[in-house]
Design a protein around this ligand. Structure first.
Ligand code: COA
Ligand code: ZN
Length: 318
């Protein structure tokens, strides 16, 4: 396999994860989780989103969360914004990078941000201007890049058009999002093999949801195509409230575990990350999908039962 030596993980649990939680998570808990993630060595964190508080009430405390976190040197703190109003709020709150959102399918964009794709792209042009004036970089994410829960297949031509528009507007970082876990590894590879050579100089991120247990296979396919940036959610939290059937992102600690097992560096301390995941389970009051937190890492060993140990000793003469 052609795998990279190192990848960069962006933790999106505090945004993509928390946004679907019904019970309001206290602002101090959100701040604590973001700080714990940074201390575990997570290099990039999507802290919150600056969207309409009526639409995503869970994240109505975006300003307070941004103001309350302890900025760890070297950690990049981002927030998601859908429009110019969100961008202005994010800049005022002091984000290091703005993550934008538009869908590759018309119906998901309407459901998610109440705009046509064309209207969204106009808003995102304004976002880029606000960001440029403030000297804040923009990373542009594209929802439903690999399929739409309303429309089904999203033609790659359509995806390429949206990506191309964002790159023309100045985006140098593009995130392809599999919003409801519809992508498969062969599809991921074929989309990337088409887009990467056509848009040189772009930093590509794959944003996966593990709705159908294909997230890590899709990440493997993307790594083989040269992608080294991946979004993930602590514990496997996550899901778009405006996409039926959506469920959690690829679980951060499961992904980090898989990468480390293959000798791929992330700079993240897995034990500390698992501890954060347990804290998040407590905060949301339910068991999360993360598997390594239940099974322990691959290096975990159990003592052999006495009768097995005795037979082994007899057989090996030790
Ligand atoms: N933050 C706070 N308020 C906002 C806002 C933002 N980013 N964008 C718009 N508003 C306010 C406007 O100021 C206006 O307020 P007013 O009624 O007091 O004048 C009001 O919302 C309506 O503005 P409009 O542009 O018509 O927005 P809308 O009602 O069509 O909603 C979005 C559009 C994009 C703001 C809304 O759909 C949204 O926040 N979507 C985010 C969805 C999301 O987070 N999905 C999950 C992540 S992928
Ligand atoms: Zn998502």
């Amino acid at each position: 396999m052609r795998l990279p030596d190192r990848v960069t993980i962006c933790e999106v649990g505090p945004r993509d994860g928390f946004q679907i939680e019904r019970e309001f998570i206290p602002t101090e808990t959100k701040i604590e989780v973001v700080d714990l993630l940074a201390e575990a060595g997570v290099p990039r964190i999507e802290v919150t989103s600056f969207v309409h508080p009526r639409v995503v009430p869970q994240l109505r405390d975006a300003e307070a969360v941004m103001a309350g976190i302890r900025r760890r040197p070297g950690t990049r703190y981002a927030a998601l914004v859908p429009n110019d109003k969100g961008a202005a709020r994010a800049v005022d709150a002091g984000v290091d990078v703005i993550h934008t959102v538009v869908s590759a399918s018309e119906s998901h964009n309407l459901a998610n941000v109440n705009m046509t794709i064309a209207d969204s792209l106009e808003k995102l042009r304004a976002v880029m201007q606000i960001a440029a004036r403030a000297g804040v970089p923009v990373a542009a994410g594209i929802s439903t890049s690999f399929g739409c829960p309303f429309e089904g297949d999203v033609p790659v031509d359509r995806l390429e058009t949206v990506v191309g528009r964002l790159v023309d507007m100045g985006a140098r970082s593009i995130g392809l999002a599999d919003t409801t876990g519809m992508a498969n590894p062969r599809q991921v590879a074929s989309v990337l093999e088409r887009l990467l050579p056509r848009l040189p100089g772009v930093e590509w991120t794959l944003h996966t949801h593990d709705t159908r247990a294909m997230a890590i296979p899709n990440i493997l396919a993307a790594m083989e195509c040269g992608v080294t940036h991946f979004d993930a959610s602590i514990g496997g939290l996550g899901g778009c409230p405006f996409a039926p059937g959506a469920s959690g992102n690829v679980c951060t600690e499961d992904l980090v575990h898989a990468l480390h097992a293959m000798g791929i560096a992330t700079g993240i301390d897995l034990d500390r990350l698992v501890a954060v995941s347990r804290r998040v389970e407590q905060a949301v009051g339910r068991t999360l999908p993360g598997q390594v937190m239940k099974a322990g890492p691959w290096s975990r060993r159990y003592p052999a039962p006495d009768h097995v140990a005795a037979r082994l000793a007899a057989a090996t003469g030790s």
